[in-house]
Every structure is written in structure tokens, then in C-alpha cells.
Design a protein around this ligand. Structure first.
Ligand SMILES: [Zn+2]
Length: 525
């Protein structure tokens, strides 16, 4: 045989055997996705308290794919919007979730992101109004999995109704939240007519009662001789916690409920991928009250690390090792307390929301005649104009908006004002902040004016808040851990909107209907 023929034969054998070789094994599909939001958990809390994390967060930081530059793209960095983006990948301009609440012109009243007069609460005060995802206009990843048809379960859990409902989506088997009026875990008739037995059993144990009169001491306090962060008794010298939600025990109740959901619903044991969405709310309540630089925030962050470790252990034990995909993020960050900032020579301060609204109203009254030009109860940073008044006087809405915007822009420490017309037509300064406002604008629901305060300024009279496109509000953790994920530290700039399409790719489903992110292919095995 001539060498060239021999060579050709070997080559053809090599090619044939390459064709025969099995394709690289696709990573196992997770049996369960554990999708976690820590409410108001700013990205820097991962680094700031890193040395004190030894449990769940430490495990993620060591073993997971961790993004260090993940931001929200929208300006309306509030709870409902963050939770709606998390598993839909959609901006409010598409999802329709433009805030925690907004003025509904058709109903002539304020609605919340999940309020649903067609439903009733189940498990709480009889006949109390219920909540549902009916205002969410897009699908979520769990919806897409459900639409594929394989049997799977989706359960959403949080203390807040919106945080339980919005990530889980429309086809969820149930969302459960804590109803402080009754002290019970509840759902709504949107999902089911009665509580399942495992939830009824938890309520029969009265989970909240054990915390009556409790005092919150640092997690590592040796005894109770020191000063507590707060107490559940009002009127003492120690700060009143305000509510159970505003203590670490709120998170403990959520974690306990999540464990019971795993066993109660047999999560991780269905033909299709199950979803458990858990939103830890207490970090947000505590953060609002005392601000990011207070020792109570450090304490609840460390306690969250411990709780997550407990939850991960339990889920792994129930669903089997290597069967759970964990994805973790936060719904928004938070600004420092203005007084704390001022004391350290940083900018910041407080705006009087009533005075801002008054100034707009006065300018409109002066120009077009006296009247209630702003709808009462409008959010300070997104006022709604009285359209009935505008049309009764046969005025051009764009002219009215312009006069209102000029007045608002004249208020000290207001950095920018957009009108609905500006955002709808793209007549805006071309930069990231304008894009963030455009992505937050949904015509049928949004207000007529959008006010952006200077960085570190708040419309709140006390404590601190969030809701701007500034980095302290948009920068959050994005972490993936589990089958199919390449661990590591990822420094590229990504959007929280990338979580949903990435999950869809991992699970082999369509991306959700309003998804605007990209698949984070760099973390896929
Ligand atoms: Zn929140």
C-alpha cells in the first residue's frame, strides 16, 4: 500500500471514529430551581461583610458563578419592578409593572402591582381582597417551563405579596405571603380556594406568636445584657422594630416556610423542572429604617448568610445532591441615610415631597387657571396630571406637561425632569439615565412627569430609600450555582435582565415574552 493511500485510510478511520464518538454529555437539567431575592441587598454587602460569611453566601462566593458588575437597566428601582424583572427579563416598559403602586386612570384610584379586586385572600381575614399577577403583562421562566407541558410545580414565597407573586408568574401553583392582619401565611383565590394542608398546619402553629415582645440582639451576642437593635415592644427607650417584618425573624419565618414548601409540594421530584422562588423581605424593612451603614444591616446580612446555608442544606437533602440550580439576586439597592452622608462630607439631603407637588400645581394654576392639577396621592417622583381638567379646558396635554416640567426642574436638587411626551417620542438627552427612564415608561400606566433628584437626595422624611437609576440603587448581586454552571468570578458588565434568558437556555425553554437580556454564555458548561 502506497504511503499516501495508507495515510488517507488512517485519516478516514479517524474521521469515522470521530463521527461515532458520542457528543459531549449535556449537563444534567436541574430538577429544581431555587430562585432567591434578598430584598435591598446591595452588591457591596457581599464584599463588605465577606469575612463574616461562613455559610450560604460563603458557599456561593466560593463555588458559584458570581457577577460583580450586574445592574438594573430601569430607573424605577423598587421592589415590584425588581421582582418582575428577575425571572421575566423584562423592563417595566414591557412588563407593565411600573412601580409598587400607580394611579389607575380607569379605576380613578391607586392600585398596587398585584392588587386584584377579582380575588379574595385565602387563609387570612375572611373576604379580604386578594392579589394576583394579573397586571404583569409578560411571562416568566417558570411560566415557560409550565407551557412546555411536563408536570412541574412552581411556588412563590415572601412576606410581601408582590415579592411572592411576581417572580413565580401567571401559572404558579401558588404564591404565599405573610398577612400581618391575621398573623397567617396566605394565598389568594387566584391560585386556590383553600390552603393546602401543609400551610394550614404551619398557621395552626402560630409562627409569629413566639416573637411577641422579643428583642433583637446581635447574632453573636453572648447574652442579653447589651443593647438590642430594636424591640417588639413599643414605647421603651429601645427603638421599636415596628413590625415582625422589620426584624431577622421575618426572614427566619420565610426560610422555615420555604423548607415546608419543599416537602409539602415534593419539589425536585416532578417530571419537569420545579421552581421555588423565595424573597427575603426583612433586609429591606431594616435597611429602610436605619440605612446601609448601620450595624443592624451588617447583623441581618450575616444572619441571611446563615439562613441561606440552612436552606441550601435542606434543599440538597430533599432534592438530591447536584439537582438544584440556585440563582440569587436582589430587587434593588439603597441610598445612604442623608444625615449620615452629610456628616461625612458627602452630598445628599431630603426633598419635601409636598412642596415639590405644590410648586408644580402653583405654576399650572398661574398659567392655566386655578385647579387641582396633580392627582392627589401621586408619587412625588411620578406625578399624574388631572387629565379631566386638561380636557375640560381644551388644553394641549404636551403644553401642560411642559409648564409642569419647567416648574419641577426649578426645584432645588431636582437633577432632571422628563415628561411622558419626552419619553414616548425619545426627545431626551442621549445617555444611560434617559434610557433607564425610557425603559421604566409604560404609557397606559405611567405618570405624566418623571422627576430625578440629584444623587443621594431623597423624597422621604426619615430613614432611607431607593428608586433611582444611580449605582447605589441599581448594582446588585447576580449569582448562579448548580448543574451546568461554570463557577468563577465574572467581571463583565451585565444586566439583571440577563438572568431570565440564561435560565431559559439552561432549562431548554423559550425565553419569556418580554425578555430583553442576553444568555450569559460565559457561565455555561
Ligand atoms: Zn425591595
Amino acid at each position: 500500500m502506497a504511503p499516501s493511500r495508507k495515510y488517507r485510510l488512517i485519516l478516514s478511520l479517524l474521521i469515522t471514529s470521530a463521527l461515532w464518538a458520542a457528543p459531549p454529555e449535556a449537563p444534567r437539567k436541574p430538577r429544581l430551581v431555587l430562585a432567591i431575592i434578598i430584598d435591598q441587598f446591595r452588591y457591596d454587602y457581599l464584599l463588605r461583610f465577606r469575612n463574616e460569611y461562613h455559610s450560604g453566601l460563603a458557599r456561593l462566593l466560593e463555588k458559584a458563578a458570581v457577577f460583580s458588575d450586574a445592574h438594573y437597566l430601569h430607573a424605577a428601582t423598587v421592589t415590584a419592578v425588581g421582582h418582575s424583572t428577575f425571572l421575566s427579563g423584562a423592563a417595566p416598559s414591557t412588563s407593565g409593572i411600573v412601580g409598587n403602586e400607580w394611579y389607575d386612570r380607569a379605576a380613578s384610584g391607586t392600585v398596587t402591582s398585584v392588587s386584584d379586586p377579582a380575588t379574595k385572600l385565602v387563609g387570612g381575614i375572611p373576604n379580604a381582597p386578594g392579589s394576583s399577577p394579573h397586571r404583569l403583562l409578560v411571562s416568566t421562566v417558570p411560566d415557560e417551563v409550565k407551557m412546555q407541558g411536563a408536570e412541574s410545580r412552581t411556588i412563590g414565597i415572601s412576606i410581601k405579596d408582590r415579592s411572592a407573586i411576581l417572580p413565580a408568574g401567571h401559572m404558579a401553583d401558588a404564591a404565599y405571603w405573610f398577612d400581618s392582619d391575621s398573623g397567617n401565611w396566605v394565598t389568594s383565590t387566584y391560585y386556590r380556594a383553600e390552603l393546602p394542608e401543609w400551610v394550614a398546619r404551619i398557621n395552626a402553629e402560630h409562627p409569629a406568636r413566639q416573637f411577641i415582645g422579643a428583642r433583637w440582639f446581635p447574632f453573636d451576642a453572648k447574652d442579653e445584657s447589651g443593647t438590642p437593635f430594636c424591640t417588639m415592644v413599643a414605647g421603651t427607650e429601645v427603638r421599636f422594630c415596628g413590625s415582625l417584618e422589620a426584624t431577622p425573624w421575618g426572614n427566619e419565618m420565610i426560610e422555615e416556610f420555604a423548607e415546608r414548601a419543599v416537602t409539602g409540594e415534593g419539589l425536585g421530584h416532578h417530571a419537569g423542572t420545579d421552581f421555588l422562588t423565595v424573597s427575603f423581605s426583612s433586609n429591606d424593612y431594616v435597611g429602610h429604617a436605619v440605612g446601609p451603614d448601620d450595624p443592624a444591616v451588617r447583623d441581618i446580612s450575616i444572619r441571611t448568610d446563615i439562613l441561606l446555608g440552612k436552606l441550601f442544606d435542606f434543599v440538597e437533602q430533599q432534592a438530591g445532591a447536584g439537582n438544584t440550580l440556585v440563582v440569587l439576586s436582589a430587587d434593588h439597592g439603597v441610598a445612604p441615610v442623608p444625615e449620615v452622608n452629610r456628616a461625612r462630607h458627602m452630598p445628599g439631603g431630603r426633598l419635601d415631597r409636598n412642596s415639590v407637588t405644590d410648586q408644580i400645581n402653583q405654576a399650572l394654576s398661574k398659567r392655566f387657571g386655578p385647579g387641582a392639577w396633580i392627582i392627589a396621592g401621586s408619587p412625588a417622583n411620578m406625578p399624574y396630571l388631572n387629565l379631566k381638567l386638561v380636557s375640560s379646558l381644551k388644553l394641549n396635554l404636551a403644553d401642560v406637561e411642559r409648564v409642569a416640567a419647567t416648574a419641577a426642574a426649578g426645584v432645588e436638587h431636582i437633577a432632571r425632569v422628563y415628561t411622558a411626551q419626552d419619553l414616548a417620542t425619545g426627545a431626551v438627552q442621549q445617555d444611560a439615565i434617559s434610557r433607564a427612564f425610557t425603559l421604566s415608561f409604560y404609557g397606559p400606566r405611567s405618570g405624566d412627569l418623571f422627576l430625578l433628584q440629584e444623587p443621594y437626595y431623597l423624597f422621604d422624611a426619615s430613614g432611607t430609600s431607593h428608586g433611582t437609576p444611580y449605582a447605589y440603587d441599581t448594582h446588585v448581586p447576580v449569582i448562579f450555582w448548580g448543574p451546568g454552571i461554570k463557577p468563577g468570578s465574572y467581571g463583565e458588565s451585565i444586566a439583571v435582565n440577563d438572568i431570565a434568558p440564561t435560565l431559559a437556555a439552561l432549562l431548554g425553554t423559550s425565553e419569556p415574552s418580554g425578555s430583553m437580556g442576553r444568555v450569559l454564555t460565559e457561565i455555561l458548561q
